[in-house]
Design a protein around this ligand. Structure first.
Ligand SMILES: CC(C)(COP(=O)(O)OP(=O)(O)OC[C@H]1O[C@@H](n2cnc3c(N)ncnc32)[C@H](O)[C@@H]1OP(=O)(O)O)[C@@H](O)C(=O)NCCC(=O)NCCS
Length: 162
């Protein structure tokens, strides 16, 4: 467990999942993240996805707790050469610097470098969070974004070895 002012990262427990399910289907978050599940309201697809990821020992995932409330989650996944971070906060927790602080805390736990990340080109808040935590833009790509039903541009970032 790792704490900052008001923020704790802890292991994911079963009772977090219904909250994550609601958070990852909030329309504003879905529109912003863009690269989402095909149908964020599909509960069985959500449960299958989380069961698979929680069984994968290579994935590090933490619940972000803010003043005792479940604000969201942050994770690192993928093979060592392509290890990537991802995070999601419930709408009511946005705009308070929490994602930046949660990711900074997570990067003290997950110490391998380089680490990678990607965000839709217009997800300016996420890009800012990553850059505040030391990620650098390394390139651009395009990909099919379920939430936009279109191929869109994404920004690729890396947290380099220092
Ligand atoms: C992206 C997300 C994690 C941001 O969480 P947050 O707690 O609001 O982020 P923070 O408050 O730590 O930081 C956001 C930064 O972006 C800036 N920002 C927010 N909206 C912005 C915009 N439209 N344009 C430019 N900057 C913006 C904020 O000012 C802040 O920067 P600052 O600290 O320099 O002022 C949150 O909105 C979320 O979970 N969205 C849905 C899921 C998602 O997009 N996940 C990331 C997928 S790549």
């Amino acid at each position: 467990m790792l704490s900052g002012e008001g923020i704790t990262l802890r292991d994911v427990v079963d009772t977090d999942l219904p909250i994550f399910f609601e958070q990852q289907r909030e329309p504003e978050g879905v529109a912003m993240a863009a690269f989402t599940a095909k149908d964020p309201a599909d509960r069985s697809a959500f449960e299958a996805h989380w069961a698979k990821n929680r069984a994968d020992r290579s994935i590090v995932m933490k619940t972000i707790v803010v003043d005792g409330r479940i604000a969201g989650h942050v994770a690192a996944f993928g093979p060592p050469s392509e290890r990537e971070v991802t995070y999601w906060l419930g709408r009511e927790f946005w705009g308070r610097g929490l994602a930046s602080r949660a990711l900074a805390a997570f990067l003290l736990l997950v110490t391998e470098r380089p680490l990678h990340a990607r965000a839709a080109k217009d997800n300016l808040a996420s890009l800012r969070v990553l850059q505040k935590c030391g990620f650098e833009v390394t390139g651009h790509d395009t990909g099919y974004a379920n939430a936009r039903a279109a191929t869109i541009e994404e920004v690729l970032l890396t947290l380099p070895r220092r």
